[in-house]
Write a protein that binds this ligand. Structure first.
Ligand code: SAH
Length: 247
């Protein structure tokens, strides 16, 4: 596992990144040098007077297409030609981003993220520069900037030291293959709604067992598809079998 990742972001809208990157966990991760994020405005590599980055699609149709020259120029001048790190295009046509993909990418020390806009980018960029395409879900956004932030956030949480509590990421939904158990904090009673007794009991073994069962229960109720792939032990299976008997 690498301990730090350098992200190079290529975008036409670098200004949308700082507010999110300068907040909370991502801010602290940068201060602690766990991640570095370098923003590159593709428009800075245009050579024409009007700094044009898009043009009409060959063959007609609506919308504009991002031109290949400034994208190649920006990526190759920052990363060399050919780049030695993965060059990931954020795209609704890519493989779908999951916790598993975040874990895979968290092994890298250097990642380039390319953000599309408009109708997308010239296919020659995808064929000859991009090494991976990632989608954050089956819907279409206006640009790859939010998806790039989604990747950076999910990957950074997995790096040692990024979360204040080193155990924080282990139990997270999806990390274990299950959805996480419910959380409660003070007060013990709010508007007559009480915190489950067991969480106040101080009995850590029973609390751990209750949490595991809650995680199993809500995964069964909300995302039964996840249970098929989750790693379950004998007592998990007993608990789930007991539930289906009750129905
Ligand atoms: N015409 C394209 C969509 C373009 S959307 C198509 O139908 O495939 C404009 C840009 O937003 C894309 O180039 C991509 O970088 C980004 N984008 C949109 N939806 C996304 C998603 N679900 N995941 C990742 N990136 C996405």
């Amino acid at each position: 596992m690498t301990t730090s990742i350098h992200f190079d972001i290529f975008t036409l809208f670098p200004e949308v990144f700082p507010a999110y990157l300068e907040t909370s966990i991502l801010k602290r991760a940068q201060e602690a040098k766990i991640i570095e994020v370098a923003l590159h405005n593709i428009r800075d590599w245009t050579t024409d007077r009007h700094h044009v980055c898009d043009d009409m699609p060959y063959g007609g149709g609506g919308g504009m297409v991002m031109k290949p020259e400034p994208i190649f120029a920006s990526v190759e001048s920052v990363l060399g030609a050919p780049p030695t790190c993965p060059v990931i295009l954020l795209s609704p046509q890519g493989r779908v981003f999951t916790q598993g993909v975040a874990e895979e990418l968290s092994q890298q020390s250097h990642l380039a993220l390319l953000c599309g806009r408009y109708e997308g980018i010239d296919e020659r960029v995808i064929e000859h520069l991009v090494t991976d395409e990632i989608s954050i879900g089956d819907y279409v956004l206006s640009g790859g900037e939010l998806p790039a932030l989604v990747l950076i956030d999910a990957i950074t949480r997995l790096l040692p030291g990024a979360l204040g509590d080193p155990e924080g990421a282990w139990d997270d939904s999806h990390a274990t293959g299950l959805l996480e158990y419910p959380h409660y904090t003070r007060p013990p009673e709010f508007r007559g709604w009480v915190v489950p007794d067991i969480l106040l009991s101080g009995d850590h073994a029973r609390i751990a067992r209750w949490r595991r069962q809650q995680a199993l229960l809500r995964t069964l109720q909300r995302r039964p598809d996840l249970l098929e792939k989750a790693e379950l032990n004998d007592s998990d299976r007993d608990f789930l079998a007991g539930l289906s008997l009750e129905e």
